[in-house]
Design a protein around this ligand. Structure first.
Ligand code: PMP
Length: 415
């Protein structure tokens, strides 16, 4: 690999160590190194590339927009691209699902959406503390890190800025599911320090936390508990939204309407930064200018986002194919679990994982896969899970090819 990365790039970088190639071109489910080697990408920008690299439909719209000198940076002005995005979001996503949200553009990335949500729930309720979950991940800024359940990710950031109390996530006790009794007692006990939280923040499936999937009934139970105690519910759908688990919103299966939803990653559709905070209308208590920023909204990303909604969310084809492809991944993972002691199949939709008791194994499998030209990230508190997240547009052939490499890679490490 080119030495410039060693000599000039900060030590904070990480992926170029894991995947020592210099990538140049990207198309569909593939990344191509500058020497032309093709790598199947089952990482997909950690959920930022649900429609694949340089998706041709989105690319056409983007090129047309740039060709006619469409606004690129409009700060916060009203633009045609923004209006079309908002109209399409309403028509394709919110109305058909009976969802009533106002849309905030909180800043360029997922963590900006989480920050705005944390600020807003404090403003709405006048309370400060937030309930978060074990193994949660919500981003790298101080508020988001305060509700992130992984001390390593906090780096040297020190004391959390937001008063956050972690509670056990569904499935925390090795398959024994925590009920809400503990939670409820803590809420009712004035000495617990947990009385009167402003909100809970939850992922329906923890991507960075190790592909831990919560059950819809757990999520619904949490929602009902929140309603009973007047606690707001924030669903962080930054990674699992935009169809990663099947439906556009990962909480749809639970039949709930969270007070606030954080979206980013694949909402722009083309791998360009765009973040949204969806706020139930009655909770939109922002005053003008209270939460601003130079890169709120992104006009070229509005163009691709609009097209992605039209192309993929006008019917349920993508949702169905994601569920079917996810089940196929699940079958192969079950096969591996039956063969190798201690392996654990995780996830739902096309957010799947294979966990190992020894974290070193996951790292070795990821490396073995890279050697076989498949990109697989690891996740979990000790990076003990290989994370399988191809673009949702992956073809059946590409999926089979990737699954075969996963089989071979696991075999090469464990056999
Ligand atoms: N929330 C979740 C659930 C995430 O997975 C991530 C990113 N991995 C974030 C928030 C932060 O998003 P970003 O990196 O775009 O700031």
């Amino acid at each position: 690999m080119n030495n410039i990365f060693e000599s000039l790039e900060s030590e904070v970088r990480s992926y170029c160590r894991t995947w020592p190639a210099v990538f140049d071109v990207a198309k569909g489910s593939y990344l191509y190194a500058e020497d032309g080697t093709a790598y199947l990408d089952f990482f997909a920008g950690a959920g930022a590339l649900n429609y694949g690299h340089n998706n041709p439909v989105l690319k056409r719209k983007l090129l047309e927009y740039l060709e006619r000198d469409g606004v690129t940076h409009g700060l916060d002005q009203a633009t045609k691209a923004k209006r079309e995005f908002l109209e399409t979001l309403d028509e394709k996503l919110l109305k058909p699902r009976g969802l009533d949200y106002k849309v905030q553009f909180p800043g360029p990335t997922g963590t900006n959406s989480v920050e705005s949500a944390l600020k807003l729930v404090r403003k709405i309720t006048g309370r400060e503390s937030i309930i978060s979950f074990t193994n949660a991940f919500h981003g790298m800024t101080l508020g988001s890190l305060s509700v992130t359940g992984n001390s390593m990710k906090r780096g040297g950031a020190g004391i959390p800025l937001v008063h956050a109390t972690p509670m056990p996530y569904d499935d925390y006790f090795d398959g024994q599911v925590p009920d809400f009794l503990y939670f409820e007692r803590m809420l009712e006990d004035s000495g617990s320090g947990l009385n009167e939280p402003a909100a809970v923040i939850v992922e329906t499936l923890q991507g960075e936390g190790g592909i831990n999937s919560s059950r819809p009934e757990w999520l619904r139970g949490l929602y009902e508990l929140c309603q009973k105690h007047g606690i707001l519910m924030i669903v962080d759908d930054v990674q699992m939204g935009c169809g990663r688990t099947g439906p556009f919103f990962s909480f749809e299966e639970a039949g709930i309407q969270p007070d606030i939803v954080c979206l980013s990653k694949s909402i722009g559709g083309y791998g360009m930064p765009l973040a949204l905070t969806l706020i139930k209308s009655e909770h939109d208590v922002w005053d003008p200018g209270e939460h601003n920023g130079t890169f709120r909204g992104n006009n070229p990303a509005f163009v691709t986002a609009t097209e992605a909604l039209k192309e993929y969310w006008s019917d349920d084809r993508l949702e169905k194919s994601t569920i079917a492809k996810g089940e196929r991944v699940g079958e192969v993972l079950d096969e591996l679990v039956a063969k190798y002691d201690g392996a654990l199949a995780k996830g739902r939709g096309l957010a799947r994982g294979l966990g190992f008791e020894d974290p070193e194994i996951a790292g070795k499998v990821s490396k073995a896969a890279f050697d076989r030209k498949l990109i697989l990230e690891t996740s979990g508190p000790d990076s003990e899970v290989i994370k399988i997240m191809p673009p949702l547009t992956v073809s059946d052939e590409e999926l089979e090819q990737g699954l075969q490499i996963i089989r071979e890679s696991v075999h090469s490490v464990l056999a």
